[in-house]
Write a protein that binds this ligand. Structure first.
Ligand code: F0G
Length: 459
């Protein structure tokens, strides 16, 4: 029997390393960096495998922790702390994140043409999105570094998550959001958790540019997914998922793509589990973008053949005016595209786009499974349907789609869809611009009388 206590891990067994093959410079784990000072490349956290442990010990340890009430074991991120770059006495900032369900979704499966479909619902995290799994580690690192203030640019979910974790850590925080483009629910969360909310005249990419300039000032700590400590937390979702699947590797992992931190994290997570001998193959990573905000899909379409080369092509073209009703992924200049490209190379991955109509249809179907999600998350089911139709996914393969955000994150979208007043482009309500609400479910007005209610009952 293995105790779930101390692991003997020290922060010294980890470093930061530039991901660019031509550079590969390494830095101390507690150096205050976001990109490589030498070449500007993105940074990875790297741990010496011998400091992690062998596969059977890890499996047993992680299984034992499921029945422990130690806060470090209750967190679905810190439960897998052998994979993380922190010492045993790190000042963990946690809201008991992770532990998200893996649902069978029979209606969504039928809709896609699959025998079965599993949905990993990251919207069941404490602030309603997958961001919490990375925020717990990034804000812990902010504490270790002694940050004065923590900041992020956001389409809403990162902001809500940072606001909550900063409040837990008693750290001042500011969030930069594109004015008028963030759902009320997400904004409400950030306000309630006490963040300084800065509404920027511009889109998410403008906010990201400004915030990166801000952080040249040390003491302001940036926790967008360019920060490698965010990716470290998010990668543990791969371990939690595989544990839920009894270490049987799915054939396809489908994720939405925005800033591309999540795709990067899944890639890193799976590869590390593979290198540790916890799994014997890698799932294929499938990234789905909204048609109007799809710079990574365009890049993939141009360079699919280059996936076999170790060096990435460099001509990534940003989308200047990204457009989608899935506001969480309305992003034209994703900061982590090189890491996401690497994840595709490792897993023989794919990138595709889905239309606003496909997103809306898929979202309504996920709802009918009793699960629900926000629009960005529904790209995954829409994408899986496309790939089954085109033959890239066989109907008997094991497919996991990641739902990144909770249904209640964007209720305006839902109400507009079911009232048949959802338009593909904001402000354009002309004939033909509407989303067809194939699965709409109107509220029905009834008299305050028993017979009226009885007459309106279904079934
Ligand atoms: N799904 C949801 C619900 C999101 O909030 C995001 C990103 C994504 C998918 C895309 O993930 O950026 O890692 O590729 N939201 C960020 C934010 C940009 O600010 O909340 P990604």
């Amino acid at each position: 029997m293995i105790a779930s206590g101390k692991t003997g891990v020290t922060a010294a067994s980890a470093i930061q390393r530039c991901i660019e093959p031509k550079c590969g410079a390494s830095y101390g784990i507690n150096e205050w960096l976001y990109v490589c000072p030498r070449c500007g490349g993105l940074l990875d956290v790297e741990k010496r495998p011998e400091s992690i442990g062998d596969a059977s010990t890890l499996r047993e340890l992680w299984a034992v922790r499921l029945s422990s009430f130690d806060p470090k074991d209750r967190s679905g991120v810190w439960r897998y702390r052998e994979l993380l770059p922190f010492a045993d006495d790190a000042p963990m900032v946690s809201l008991t994140e992770g532990n998200t369900p893996l649902y069978e979704a029979p209606r969504s499966a039928r809709y896609c043409g699959l025998d079965s479909l599993k949905l990993k619902h990251q919207g069941c995290n404490p602030t309603g999105s997958f961001k919490d799994t990375g925020m717990t580690t990034a804000v812990t690192q902010a504490r270790i570094l002694g940050a004065r203030v923590v900041v992020c640019a956001s389409t809403g979910n990162t902001a809500a998550s940072l606001a909550a974790y900063a409040a837990r850590a008693d750290l001042p925080c500011a969030i930069l959001v594109p004015r008028g483009q963030v759902s009320h629910a997400k904004l409400a969360q950030s306000l309630d958790y006490g963040a300084t909310v800065l509404e920027l005249d511009g889109n998410f990419d403008d906010a990201m540019r400004v915030i990166r300039e801000l952080t040249q000032d040390e003491s302001i700590y940036l926790v967008n997914s360019i920060n490698p400590f965010r990716i470290e937390g998010q990668k543990t979702v791969a371990a939690e998922l595989l544990q839920q699947l009894d270490w049987q590797v799915p054939d396809h992992m489908v994720v939405p793509g925005g800033n591309l931190g999540n795709s990067s994290a899944f890639g890193k997570g799976f590869v590390e589990l593979f290198e540790l001998g916890l799994i014997d193959r890698l799932p294929r990573l499938i990234v789905v973008q909204a048609e109007g905000a799809a710079p990574f899909a365009h890049f993939f379409a141009r360079h699919e053949e280059d996936l076999l080369n170790e060096e990435s092509p460099l001509d990534f073209a940003v989308v200047d005016h990204p457009e989608t009703l899935a506001s969480a992924i309305k992003i034209g200049a994703p900061v982590s595209w090189q890491k996401a490209w690497r994840a595709l190379r490792w897993t023989n991955g794919r990138v595709l786009t889905v239309s606003e109509q496909e997103i809306a249809d898929a979202k309504a179907i996920i709802g009918r499974d009793g699960i629900g999600c926000e629009p960005a998350s529904a790209t995954t089911v829409a994408g899986a349907k496309q790939l089954v139709a085109s033959g890239l996914i066989r109907n008997d393969e094991v497919v996991v789609a990641v739902l990144t955000g909770h249904l209640l994150k964007d209720t305006d979208y839902v109400i507009n869809y079911h009232s048949e007043t959802l338009y593909a482009r904001e402000g354009d309500e002309t004939e033909g611009a509407g989303i067809i609400a194939r699965y709409s479910n109107h509220p029905k007005r009834v008299k305050a009388a028993k017979h009226a209610v009885l007459a309106a009952l279904p079934g």
